[in-house]
Design a protein around this ligand. Sequence first.
Ligand code: HEC
Ligand code: HEC
Length: 242
Amino acid sequence: MPSVVSYGRAPEVRACGYCHLPTGNGRPENARLAGLPVEYFIAQVKAFREGTRKSFVDGRAPTINMTKTAVAMQDQEIAAAATYYASLRPQSFVRVVEAAEVPQAEIAGWLYKFNTVAPRQPLADRILEGPEDFTQFELRDPDSRYIAYVPPGSLALGKRLAQTWGDHQELECSSCHGPGYKGKDQVPGIAGRSPTSLVRQLYDFKSGARRGGQSSEMDKVVKYMKNSDMLALAAYLGSLAP
Ligand code: HEC
Ligand code: HEC
């Protein structure tokens, strides 16, 4: 593990492992890095550094801290981190559950904390994702598991959309993201990622907040994508093995 991953470099470069974890599995508020193609990885860090990849949400702390880190990184540190994370096998720690009624949840930092004692509440049209064990999550245990509650029917709808996207199915996701959506050449894998982080990417592409890299390839994909499409796609893709 390169020292930029385990220690970072004071004062500005934060250890990648602090947020993305040493295993590269990441957490819902950031991104899974394990198994990402090297060139894609480097292009993304440069996009943060150059200010072309931002969050739609102004002042979103995790993205701001990522950006500060990217600005301070040297090219050889980016390359070392990219090579290390590319060598790791991506895993999934999220269970996607269709449910109309879900636990109540409070906002804790940048995530939801489930309250399993209070009566259940209606989910409506949203994804509610959080750690199964909040203490374990706060301790940054790389084996922390998550549940993502999604509306009933999301998985089947998401599967259909993923396989047929585009007027003539020409934008179906695996054409670029590879068989099983596990990534192909320099296109990242999107199977088995945190559903909320997937939605955030789609929303950021569509709003124009996320540019740089090869984002123009995704522009045509998200052009007519509704929020409800994003929700279903993220639910389905998040439920797959990476
Ligand atoms: C403070 C937490 C934090 C630290 C520390 C951090 N990152 Fe990130 N990183 C993020 C967040 C948040 C995102 C994505 C935000 C989003 O898209 O919603 C991200 C995204 C990325 C991505 C894009 C992944 C993708 O699939 O698009 C790469 C690559 C990356 N980080 C590399 C690094 C490297 C290398 C380091 C260490 C030098 C590092 N990060 C340190 C929070 C962090
Ligand atoms: C024409 C090729 C193409 C098609 C079709 C396509 N993608 Fe992508 N996708 C890409 C590329 C290239 C990237 C990397 C963009 C970048 O460099 O910023 C990407 C990135 C993404 C990301 C961000 C991943 C990350 O690591 O942050 C998500 C999520 C995504 N695509 C979802 C989808 C979904 C869902 C579909 C099908 C509805 C789809 N894509 C169809 C080319 C495509």
